[in-house]
Each structure stands twice: as C-alpha cells, then as structure tokens.
Design a protein around this ligand. Structure first.
Ligand code: GLU
Length: 488
C-alpha cells in the first residue's frame, strides 16, 4: 500500500506571510485534501537573528484567515513533534554525527576570514564563489593544530563532482542539476552547533514522513543538495514539485524589497479583501480550472486539484484580477457574512442609528460598487452623519437650478406618504414627481440624491430613500431647500 500522503508548509519566521508562501501553502493544502492526506506546519526558525515570534503570529493568522488550517504543527502538536527546528538541535547533531561516521561529512576549520578571502580570490572567475573543499583531506596533525588554536569546526557535507542529480519534478518534469553547480561541499552544521536549512529540512522531512515536497522554484538547487543527503543517509527521497515563482508585470520577482506591503497577505485582510477571493486568486495564478470556470470554493478546489496542471511558467501578479475576484465575492457572499466582516470599517459610526436589518440593507445597497471593504467607510458615511455636507461645486451645478428647488419641494411634500421599506416603490415615487413636474434624468434625480447623500453618484436612489426613512429625509431635504434659497 502506498504511503499516506503527507505534505507540509515550512515557513521561516523571518518575515510576514508572503503571497508566494501563501500560494505554496495553498497548493500543499489542496494536495493533502485531494488525496486524503495530512497537511503539516513546520517552523524553520533556526535563523536566531532574524526569526521573531511576531512573524510566526502573522504567518499563522494569515494562513488561518485564508482557511488553510494544518493538521499537525507547533501550536497543535502531532505524532512527530517537535515541529519547530529550534527544538530539534540534538536530533540534528545526532544525524550529523551519523554522516561524519559514514565519511559523508567532515569537520571544517575554516575561519570566516579565510572563507571571505577565498570568495574574494574567486570574484572574477567564471565559476563564481564555491568552497574549494580544502578541509576534506586534513591530516590528523593539521586537525590537532586547529583544535589547539581554539578553532571550533563546522560540519561540511561532501558533494562529489562530477555528477548529475536528477529527478522527475511533479510540475517541471525532468530536472537534471550538475553537482559542480552547487558551490562545493556544504556546511550542514555551523560551528555554533546550529543546523543549516538544507540539512535540517532533510532530517525533518524524513522524521515527519513527508511523501511530497511542494515548494517554490527558488529551491531547485537546494533540492539537488538535499537529494544527496537522503542518499548518504540511505533514505528514499519524497517526491518533489516546484511551482514557478511569482513576478510582477515588469518580470521582477515579487519581493518585499520591490513591492513592499503588496506581498504581505495581512495587508489584504486589513484592506477588506475576502479570503475566498484571495484563495481563488492564489489558486488560479498558475492553475487553470477545468472548463473555463473562474470561481471555485476551497472545498471544491480540494476535490479537483491536480498538481500536474500547474503551469511551468512564472505566474504574474495581477492586482486588477484579484480585485475582480474580490468584487465578485463582495456581491456574492451571504449578506449577513459581509455585514459581519464589514464591522471593522464601521467603528467610527454610531451603530444605534440603524437596526441590524437596516444595516444589512445599507450593505446590500452599496456592496455592488465596492472593490474592497475598506472603501465601505466612505461609501456609507452619508447614511450615518447627522447632516449632509454638499460640496460647493455640486451646490452650484445641481442645486442652483430653479427646477431643483421645485423637485425638492415636491419631494419634501411627498415624504410622509413614501412607501418606506419598499426600495423600488420609493424610486417610483420620485419618478411620479418627475412626471408631474415634466422633469426626468439628472434634472429630477440629482437634486434628490444631492440633498439626501451629498453626491450625484451612488447606490440605488430608491434604496437610499427607503433606508434613510422619514425623519432623516425631512431634515436633509429641508436643509437643502434652505440652501437653495440662499443660493438663489
Ligand atoms: N523555510 C523555507 C522557506 O521559507 C522552506 C523551504 C522548504 O519548503 O523546504 O522558503
């Protein structure tokens, strides 16, 4: 029987949750669910200087917001705990000793200055910087001398050359890497005892019984190095798949340095993007849905996800497309859910002014015009403010006309009779006024709109009238009529 599918996301908490990491997490999540497998969270936190708990929180919160929950992890435990690399130091040193005993690794006494000098020497060579494997063949006397000098060695893993390391990649197909492109023998444990990523990741993937490693294309050379470590340990490798990186439209890799907060998942949460839109967008960056479908739920994606359908070419980050998805979800998600999610954007308003049902009506009336929920605050402001502020230019262009005062007066007279609660009928009542005055279009609607919302554009007029209700309408229309008089 084949092994049960086990995949993982292994972020380093050295930065906030990046869009690319979220996409990798999504592909792993989908793969696990598609195959009835397990999705594991592992923290690669061995970079003592750059790792920070605030980043761990950001990463966990971001993935949970997207709905990408894990089955095992540092915060929830699991059969292969610990899931934090800093808690496995002894385990790594045990495995490093095995490699030393097998002769697959050796002590390297080179000081940082010596390595720097080597790099400097190689600067202008075509091969680029690489370790020259000088400590591979130290004599016992040389080693003793270094120890006597007080040098503490690192452990290096041997990378034999020439050799081709190849594998069938689940996305890229056949891959072959020349071992001479890997930079020479590699450090696996630093002199301070801390295991290096390429080594710790192999130990963890073995310990945690990973069957498939799906991670960004920037790890392809790491995969080649890691395959050599699996071999030296006599372990079978998991399968590998490397989705292509994400670029911007100028073909620059999407990075914090160039794109700032645009790569940070939490920015989208704060701006009021719907997680469903993010998931759709991330999923479809490199994966074409069958039959030209454009929208898919996470559950459905889990049922049909197919790693072999992920594109080999780079994904291009396209904000308008993400916005398209978001507008779709803002319109399409249940009104109660959108209203719940709208709360953070309404904190500056007094909620006593409307019932929950009226609030939902307000959201229903404006949501078609939104790209993200952070736009909501301005879109609904006029519903909540006591008095409408009519900008001077709007006043001059709309309310200074003689017909505007007539419309407003007629509308004011009708307010007691308006069919509040019925949006369409409220709109019809305005049309009736138009008929009796012989006015239509802008001449009819704009004065009413401006008087009650301060703007010439906005959501459905009948809805605004219906929601505002008798008292607010009377106050606003009366105030506008007074202003018209002053302008006359
Ligand atoms: N810590 C690595 C990263 O964040 C994980 C790479 C891997 O999945 O092996 O890129």
């Amino acid at each position: 029987m084949p092994d049960k599918v086990r995949v993982r996301i292994a972020p380093s908490p050295t930065g906030n949750l990046h869009l690319g990491t979220a996409r990798t997490a999504l592909y792993n999540y989908l793969y696990a669910h598609r195959h009835g497998g397990t999705f594991v969270m592992r923290l690669e936190d061995t970079d003592e200087v750059r790792s920070d708990e605030s980043y761990t929180k950001d990463i966990f919160d971001g993935l949970r917001w997207l709905g990408l929950t894990w089955d095992e992890g540092p915060d929830i435990g699991g059969p292969f705990a610990p899931y934090r690399q800093t808690e496995k130091i002894d385990r790594y040193s045990h495995v490093a000793n095995l490699l030393l005993e097998k002769g697959a690794a050796y002590f390297c006494f080179c000081s940082p200055q010596e390595l720097e000098a080597l790099k400097e020497e190689q600067k202008n060579t075509t091969r680029g910087p690489r370790y020259d494997n000088r400590c591979r063949s130290l004599t016992p006397q040389q080693k003793e001398k270094y120890v006597a000098e007080g040098r503490v060695p690192a452990i290096r893993f041997k990378i034999d050359e020439p050799r081709v390391i190849s594998w069938h990649d689940g996305i890229k197909g056949e891959i072959a890497i020349d071992s001479s492109d890997l930079g020479g023998d590699m450090v696996i444990v630093k002199s301070n005892g801390v295991a290096i990523y390429n080594f710790a990741v192999v130990v963890d993937d073995i310990d945690m019984k990973m069957t498939y490693v799906i991670r960004g294309e920037d790890h392809i050379h790491n995969t080649a190095k890691q395959i050599l470590i699996y071999e030296a340990l006599g372990e079978t490798t998991p399968s590998f798949a490397h989705p292509a990186l994400i670029f911007d439209i100028e073909r620059r890799k999407l990075s914090k340095r160039h794109h700032g907060e645009l790569v940070h998942i939490d920015r989208y949460r704060q701006d009021g993007y719907m997680p469903e839109a993010m998931v759709n967008y991330l999923a479809q960056m490199s994966w074409s849905l069958p039959e030209d479908r454009e929208i898919i739920s996470l559950d459905e994606a889990c049922r049909i996800f197919d790693l072999s359908k992920i594109s080999k070419s780079p994904a291009v980050f396209d904000l308008p497309r993400l916005n398209w998805f978001n507008s779709h979800y803002l319109r399409d998600l249940p009104l109660t859910l959108v209203t719940d999610r709208a709360q953070p954007y309404l904190v500056e308003f007094s909620m006593e002014k409307y019932s929950r049902q009226q609030l939902e009506e307000i959201i229903a009336c404006v949501r078609d015009g939104l790209t993200m929920l952070s736009e909501l605050t301005e879109a609904v402001r006029f519903f909540f403010e006591d008095a409408v502020v009519i900008p001077e230019d709007v006043m001059n262009s709309v309310l200074s006309k003689e017909s505007a005062t007539k419309v407003l007066q007629a509308f004011y007279d009708q307010i007691p009779n308006l069919p509040f609660g019925d949006h369409a009928a409220c709109k019809k009542a305005v049309d009736e006024i138009g008929k009796s005055l012989g006015l239509k279009g802008k001449d009819l609607y704009w004065p009413v709109r401006v008087a009650i919302s301060g703007k010439t554009q906005g959501p459905d007029l009948g809805s605004i009238i219906s929601i505002l209700g008798k008292i607010r309408l009377s106050t606003r229309v009366d105030a506008a009529i007074q202003q018209c008089k002053q302008h006359a």
